[in-house]
Design a protein around this ligand. Structure first.
Ligand code: SF4
Length: 384
């Protein structure tokens, strides 16, 4: 049973308006407007874990199947920059690469088969468009490939779409909104940090203002918005990482994926690590920082990841991130030791996310042109 050292009410309880030094509680057993996003607090969990969220939502084990739909990235093809992010192995992305629709369906089918072989009972699957920027193609093609995934198997209950904050013009968001009326959709934004110095260091080729703009146009459209965050960026202090944590609540993200900075082979970052120019965060520091991060984000936010890693053959450093389960155990042990949980130190923003004004679309013209008028299409409908 989860210790609730600050709680005074009889269960079920959840925290409200907790300041860093004060965790208030309220009895919700009789309230008609109980927020189902807080159901995890009644399940003795320390955070709003993704696995439990999916189980609650879809009634059983739900697995993601990663799909490479052949898209490229405006940070690779020159629309906004070349070379890509310093941690990203993007050598295979190219405007000329072709993935047939049939290959997309084959990836999904074979991914589902592997998962079924591994686990006894799988209730459902989410088609996860993961590599590259999966909103960077003409809207009709994006819709075609997403609808294909949705219709392939009745066990496919949703989509997860990874993208950049500068790559979601209104036309794309409207299309995703239409899909979200029919199925579960999570739009995953590479926010990484709110600090532009860190974004420049990573060669992201977008600013945090782009992220703010994208979220203020994405919120409330019926799909979930997930922020990818990296902890341990060189030059970022503890306070800066906590400011990024606070921004999760400011912008109203529905979910977060927290990654430690890690380096893989054949990337600029990997080379810098091999040359001794960059040092990775120490494991103990990461555990404490993730716990501090979790304490500062809203309890309603689904925590989809608390660390990042790569296959043994590709990973350069840090090696400790390979032991994901142990890391999770230590992160939860630290929360238990402190007597806190996700959201314990959340400070609500001055303006509620839903009250933030919706700004004009700031998608760069070069990206908009590629999305609307691209001549060489990344996904082709083939005859076979
Ligand atoms: S934006 Fe994403 S896909 Fe593009 S280079 Fe960076 S990490 Fe890779």
């Amino acid at each position: 049973m989860l210790a609730r050292p600050h709680a005074v009410a009889i269960a079920p309880v959840y925290s409200i308006l907790a300041s860093p030094l004060h965790l208030a509680t309220v009895d919700v057993s009789s309230t008609a407007d109980f927020d189902p996003r807080l159901a995890w607090q009644e399940e003795d969990l320390l955070m709003n874990s993704f696995g439990a969220f999916l189980k609650r939502k879809f009634g059983g084990r739900t697995q993601r199947v990663s799909i490479d739909a052949g898209f490229t990235c405006p940070n690779v093809d020159g629309a906004v920059a070349k070379g890509g992010c310093n941690f990203c192995d993007n050598r295979s992305f190219s405007p000329s690469r072709r993935v047939r629709l049939r290959q997309v369906s084959e990836q999904l089918q074979s991914g589902m088969t592997s998962v079924r072989e591994r686990y006894d009972k799988v209730a459902s699957f989410i088609a996860y468009f993961q590599p590259a920027t999966n909103t960077y193609a003409p809207v009709e093609q994006l819709q075609e490939v997403f609808e294909l995934a949705m219709s392939l198997d009745e066990q496919v209950v949703g989509l997860a779409i990874g993208t950049r904050p500068d790559c979601v013009p209104e036309s794309v968001l409207s299309m995703i909104q239409r899909l979200a009326a029919e199925t579960y959709v999570s739009l995953e934004y590479g926010m990484q940090t709110i600090h532009d110095e860190g974004l420049v260091w990573m060669n992201r080729a977008h600013s945090h203002a782009d992220m703010v703009n994208a979220m203020d146009r994405s919120r409330g459209r019926g799909f979930e918005c997930c922020a990818h965050v990296i902890l341990g960026i060189p030059g970022e202090s503890y306070e800066m990482m906590m400011q990024t944590a606070h921004e999760i609540g400011v912008l109203g993200f529905d979910a977060v994926k927290i990654h430690n900075l890690y380096a893989v082979k054949d990337t600029p970052l990997g080379q810098q690590v091999l040359d001794g120019e960059i040092e990775m965060m120490k494991r103990d520091d990461y555990v404490k920082t993730v716990v501090d991060f979790l304490e500062r984000i809203p309890a309603e936010v689904v925590v989809e990841r608390i660390s990042g890693d790569a296959p043994r053959n590709f990973l350069i450093a840090p090696q400790w991130c390979r032991e994901k389960s142990k890391l999770r155990i230590d992160i939860e042990a630290e929360l238990r030791r402190r007597g806190t949980r996700q959201g314990s130190n959340f400070v609500p923003p001055a303006v509620r996310p839903e009250d933030r004004p919706v700004p004009d679309d700031l998608t760069p013209q070069a990206i908009r042109n590629q999305i609307e008028t691209r001549g060489r299409l990344p996904v082709l409908k083939m005859q076979e």
